[in-house]
Design a protein around this ligand. Structure first.
Ligand SMILES: [Zn+2]
Length: 572
């Protein structure tokens, strides 16, 4: 048995978070504690807690726990009693600085003018947005925003592109964790980190074209010609590409008539060979279009006609076979699945028929999505979704590196998309050079090392070929992720790993009422990396934010490990 509480504490007060929240935020609370996987329960009166997280409208009993965390974006009676002057509670999207990192706040928030604290500071006014009060053995932390409203907003509306670079949800978890550890409590969690690796990397490819021969005298062909001839020249003058790449692109332009006549190789076909060779067994995921020449619908009518692909999955059956044979995954690059469950079902069936695989996940073409899409995709029986990301930039729309369950969904999990090649390089988007793109991707990988989770990349089918020639940057990225010892997973594997983590429950064993053990209910022999059990220690000398990698102990998660908690851990 592994005991988690302080060794000299004989009372029933091991680390357990009691949560008081508004009933309307219950789904956000439950999902938050799937992402911060630690023992918790909704507050039960009469029970003593080590940690009490108060984020609701009820009364606060300051004697109910050793650490009381009060999250509220409005002035509380509590604040008035203490003569705390609340700041403006109407300014949205305020950014708070935590350990030098900005956390954007999208809902109501307050600052505390009379308090002296550097824990969390409004970046504009420099006023404290949180403070800590110590009284004997008890500690109270007052944080000036609504935690679960923020989590709800991140997991439904998401962040504007201007805040894309900030993993806001992961920072909310980090702040809460640091506060608990700094209070002296020991904390146990199952971090989003696979055993044996610091994080997960998911390499994906949206297959939008698959062939240039199918694009005769359309906007794709003219776009190719323009960018290959003039765009390349401009890029050469700006020092963004080599003369060799310019020559490759101009040569491709000259060959194009012969490609159309069938005398020269179609340089956009055989995309799978290029990726399989470059990735060398790393197992990526290819999302393919089900049906050709159909642009799909929007909520107002038909989508723009150039959203239609010129190929359908059955046209590239050989490539699909090769991808599956190499241990890679084929998913659906959906057309209408985001909007129409029965159409989504048809689209998924087409991919099931061609792959012989029943569990098919989705990424929508052009990232079409709305707030009902998780429900619609569940109706279509999608295995997962991987659409939540940005077309125009890279980063964290939902504020996290983690796979999560959208609040509208009952089972569907979302593998958020963090970086697309087109967002990095297109002049109308970020317009980066290869070196700048590599640096930006490196920062995303730094976040993955810091927070764990899964870094998801999308490099399109034609991006290794003329006129894009974005192969060098992709090769550097793959090498960087290898150097960082990422676990390279297909999208389906990443989803299954997170399902395994979500399956962990902290429960009583029925024999010893005070003993709660962590149990994983996912099947054994899943050939996925294991989970970790992480125990944070909090020596007296450590202050807020001092928790480094040395401040915790990781061990391979084993269902035989028992942890001692009060009985009756809440589940959603
Ligand atoms: Zn697409």
């Amino acid at each position: 048995m592994l005991r988690v509480g302080p060794a000299n504490d004989s009372t029933n007060r091991d680390t357990m978070i009691g949560v008081i929240a508004n009933p309307t935020e219950q789904a956000a609370v439950c999902e938050f504690f799937e992402l911060f996987k630690t023992p918790w329960e909704f507050y039960r009166s009469g029970r003593q807690y080590e940690v009490l997280l108060y984020a609701g409208d009820g009364e606060v009993n300051e004697h109910s726990a050793k650490l009381i965390l009060i999250y509220a974006g409005r002035k509380l009676p509590w604040d008035a009693q203490d003569s705390v002057e609340a700041g403006c509670g109407c300014s949205n999207s305020r950014t708070l600085s935590y350990q030098g990192t900005g956390i954007p706040i999208y809902g109501d928030n307050v600052t505390f003018g009379e308090k002296k604290s550097v824990l969390l500071v409004d970046t504009k006014s420099q006023q404290p947005a949180a403070y800590i009060e110590q009284s004997g053995e008890r500690m109270l932390a007052r944080i000036g925003y609504d935690l679960f409203r923020e989590i709800g907003a991140l997991l439904t509306v998401g962040q504007p592109a201007s805040n894309a670079s900030i993993p806001a949800l992961d920072l909310h978890i980090a702040l809460l964790r640091d506060l608990i550890v700094a209070s002296g409590a020991r904390l146990v969690e199952i971090p989003p980190v696979p055993q044996g690796h610091p994080f997960i990397a998911c390499l994906t490819h949206d297959v939008d074209h698959a062939s240039i021969r199918r694009h005769k005298f359309d906007h794709t062909m003219f776009g190719f010609l323009y960018r290959a001839v003039f765009g390349s020249l401009g890029n050469l003058f700006q020092g963004r590409i080599s003369i060799r790449n310019l020559a490759t692109n101009w040569s491709a332009v000259l060959k194009l008539p012969f490609v159309y006549m069938g005398f020269a190789k179609d340089f956009w076909s055989d995309f799978e060979d290029g990726y399989l060779e470059l990735e060398k067994g790393l197992c990526s995921t290819f999302f393919v279009i089900p049906f050709k020449n159909y642009p799909g619908k929007t909520s107002h009518g038909l989508a723009p006609k150039f959203r239609a692909a010129r190929y359908g999955a059955r046209d590239i059956a050989d490539a699909i076979g090769k991808i599956g044979g190499a241990g890679c995954e084929v998913g659906l690059h959906g057309i209408d699945a985001w909007l129409d469950g029965s159409k989504g079902h048809e689209e998924l069936e087409e991919i099931r028929r061609l792959t012989g695989v029943s569990e098919i996940g989705v990424r929508m073409h052009w990232l079409y999505y709305d707030q009902q899409s998780p429900v619609t995709l569940e109706q279509a029986e999608a295995a997962y979704d991987s659409t939540i990301g940005y077309n125009e930039t890279v980063g964290y729309r939902a504020g996290t590196t983690q796979v999560y369950k959208p609040l509208q969904a009952t089972r569907l999990l979302e593998l958020p998309l963090h970086a697309m090649d087109t967002a990095l390089f297109y002049p109308s988007h970020l317009g980066l050079s290869s070196r700048q793109a590599t640096a930006l991707l490196g920062r995303l990988a730094d976040d993955a090392v810091r927070f764990g989770g899964c870094l998801t990349i999308n490099w399109h089918d034609r991006s290794l070929a003329p006129e894009r020639l974005w192969d060098a940057c992709y090769g550097d990225l793959v090498q960087d992720l290898k150097n960082r010892d990422a676990w390279f997973a297909t999208a389906g594997q990443a989803i299954r790993w997170f399902r395994k983590r979500r399956s962990v429950v902290f429960e009583t064993d029925g024999v010893e009422p005070d003993q709660v053990r962590a149990r994983v209910s996912a099947a054994k022999g899943d050939r996925l990396p294991g989970l970790r059990l992480r125990i944070h220690n909090a020596p007296e000398s450590r202050g807020i934010g001092a928790q480094g990698s040395e401040g915790h102990v990781d061990m391979a998660f084993d269902e035989r490990i028992k942890t001692r908690f009060p009985s009756g851990v809440g589940q959603c």
